[in-house]
Design a protein around this ligand. Structure first.
Ligand SMILES: [Mn+2]
Length: 317
């Protein structure tokens, strides 16, 4: 299908390449490299994004990107996007081409190349460059590397082919792997880091056999604090954010504990206590309730549910 898309792109003249809201690195890389390729063919190309470009993706942008553009008579190409809602509020009558790697969405287009096996949309654009017979320039290679590395969670989800692609693109880019990783780094906002540090003051931890469980509370960023507690050594972390009229509780658990416990199930056991509702899955759960005064009761219930499931009593550390 990429062959047909390449032939079609060669015929048209005036393009708008669009991608999803809060555009991530893969979306931006795909759109900008496609723009570059089409410009090599002498075409007029604009790039548009719905709503915004994500903070980390901004570091890869050094040319004009239009936010929520008006589409006139341009030929529309949509990249890295599977649902029309992800393009709102951009009003589009006709989509000519979709290139994407998400499970087949419902954007109706004349031509589409959707490959859910691909780890990133960037690698599809790279394939398209070969189909078009255009040599990837250094800047384009850097963008594609950014997209590929970002969408594979820094290559944790990479396969053999991904590494071959990365090696090929590193040959073309004037940046090395460390420099690209540096561009992909995101700084945690200072208020979030303050929440993490403050949560340490209120930390209560327990040992149940070899399982370590931590409880704490913060004003906000409870999910981030819970994730950080796992990094610091907890097997299960429970973080409450009590407000005047309500409470949110977030829980995280190490993957290795999945066989023994289901956090979402445990959280459903505190719905009544905090007068609210809980949801999530085995290793991540959250609950919202109307009774902040019962947060510590909810913590006690969570601890005793874990004790019961593991068949052991807890000892405070
Ligand atoms: Mn993507």
């Amino acid at each position: 299908m990429l062959k047909e898309i390449a032939d079609f792109l060669k015929k048209e003249d005036d393009f708008f390449v669009l991608t999803h809201h809060n555009a991530d690195v893969d979306a931006i890389a795909s759109a900008l490299v496609l723009k570059g390729l089409l410009e090599e063919l002498g075409k007029k190309v604009k790039v548009g994004v719905a709503e915004s470009v994500s903070e980390v993706a901004k570091k890869f942008v050094d040319e004009k990107i239009e936010i929520d553009p008006e589409i006139e008579k341009e030929t529309v190409v949509v990249v890295d996007t599977s649902a029309p809602e992800q393009l709102e509020p951009i009003g589009i009558r006709d989509v000519a081409v979709v290139i994407d790697h998400h499970i087949a969405g419902n954007i109706h287009a004349k031509l589409s190349h959707i490959d859910p096996e691909a780890n990133s949309c960037s690698e599809l654009i790279y394939q398209l460059s070969k189909e078009l017979g255009i040599e990837i320039k250094s800047g384009m290679a850097t963008l594609l590397l950014g997209g590929l590395i970002y969408d594979t969670a820094h290559l944790r989800r990479a396969n053999r082919d991904t590494f071959i692609l990365v090696a090929e693109l590193l040959e073309k880019s004037d940046k090395n792997y460390q420099e690209i990783l540096q561009m992909l780094r995101t700084e945690t906002d200072v208020s979030e880091r303050i929440a993490i540090l403050k949560s340490m003051k209120r930390l209560n931890s327990y040992r149940i056999g070899n399982v370590l469980v931590s409880f704490t509370s913060v004003g906000s960023f409870e999910a981030s604090v819970a994730r950080n507690l796992l990094r610091m050594g907890s097997d299960i972390s429970i973080v409450g954010a009590p407000k005047k009229k309500g409470v949110r509780i977030s829980g995280r658990m190490r993957w290795q504990m999945k066989e023994k416990l289901n956090l979402a199930e445990i959280f459903s056991g505190i719905e009544k206590i905090i007068d609210g509702s809980a949801g999530g899955h085995d290793v991540a759960a959250s609950a919202n309730g109307k009774k902040p005064e019962n947060m510590s009761l909810a913590f006690k219930s969570i601890l005793s549910q874990i004790e019961e499931k593991l068949g052991e009593k807890s000892k405070e550390l």
